[in-house]
Design a protein around this ligand. Sequence first.
Ligand code: 5AD
Ligand code: FES
Length: 395
Amino acid sequence: MFIRVIRGQLSFLILGVLAVQKHVVNIMINQISDKADRGEELAPAEIQALLEISDPAELQALYDCAYRVKTKNVGQVAYFRGIIECSNICIKDCCYCGIRKSNTQVERFQMDEEEIVREALWAFENEYGSVVIQSGERQDAAFIEMIERVVRRIKKETGGKLGITLSLGEQTEETYRRWREAGAHRYLLRIETTNPKLYRKLHPEDHDLEERKHCLALLKKTGWQVGTGVMMALPGQTSEDLVNDILFMKKIDVDMIGMGPYIPHRDTPMGEKIPPYTDEQKMNALTLGLKMIAVTRIVLKDINIAAATALQALEHTGREMGLKCGANVIMPNVTETGFRPNYTLYDNKPCTDENSSMCRGCLSRRITGIGETIGFNEWGDSKHYSERVKKELAP
Ligand code: 5AD
Ligand code: FES
């Protein structure tokens, strides 16, 4: 009898402590979300506190807050960018990336002009408002000219209606200008990490963080809608690094962000030392990816944020989860199935056996399943970009 009374009181006490904890958490999230709604800036310590949340109820409150900020600023529309991975030939040697030049295990390919245009037209006919043309980095004249011709052709053959994003690495000002004049209007160049020491560890000597920052400035200067992003869950990376990453993206006033968790690739110097992720490691990397999306949405509000494919490599519904945490862009693969297995940046990349129609159907079902609409036939430019241009043009 006595033991039963003590046990009853104990569980009462524990429930009480949990309720108080939840209350405190809700106060923190509420305070921060009120600040976000009032358009007030979050202090770095507040950003870090959000990134360090681990309690499931707190996490859900964070995601809900980010979803409210997203709904208020950019609505509940997911924009599709059909991604064409047109070549895995790369002059760079990033220690994490499966298509790095020193990886001899990968069969190299380069799509020809016809192939790229055909895939862009498939995206157009299937009501995708935009495509992303991505490849390993090349800076030779033949490549630069080929991309310029491809952009011009896609623009011409779609009556200027298909939006074109390029994701083709570091280039000169002249090249950025040429591709912009040819008709592409958005450019993605991930900074990967803004911590100089970590950047050094992830890249060989001749890869330069400052050069990458300079390229982002050149893209702004040459009139692009500019996107960048980072990887999270990198070995040795801290929550402070991620705070600095978000503050960097804010400082350079980016229009769009594509970021995702690092996933080891077995044929890379970084990945060969790491055994395949356990379920727990997958869940941790996924959660960090979702937290970064949520916090970035809360801090940067009206930018476009992509739910990276890497999220889906960690969890089947990872990309929808990204949308529920604040992302508003999805990049379905429109690359011909035969090429896909050779564009493996990390292990277990999803959708390598599927074809473009399957990905369109699959993602459309999943997005409508979470109550969002798809911005078919729309460019879905970042609201932030329109506002930025308006400000620049104001007298
Ligand atoms: N895990 C996750 N993302 C990766 N990328 C490259 N390798 C990996 C990896 N192992 C990302 C980089 C690059 C983008 C095209 O893919 O951030 O910018
Ligand atoms: Fe490619 Fe589902 S998105 S199969």
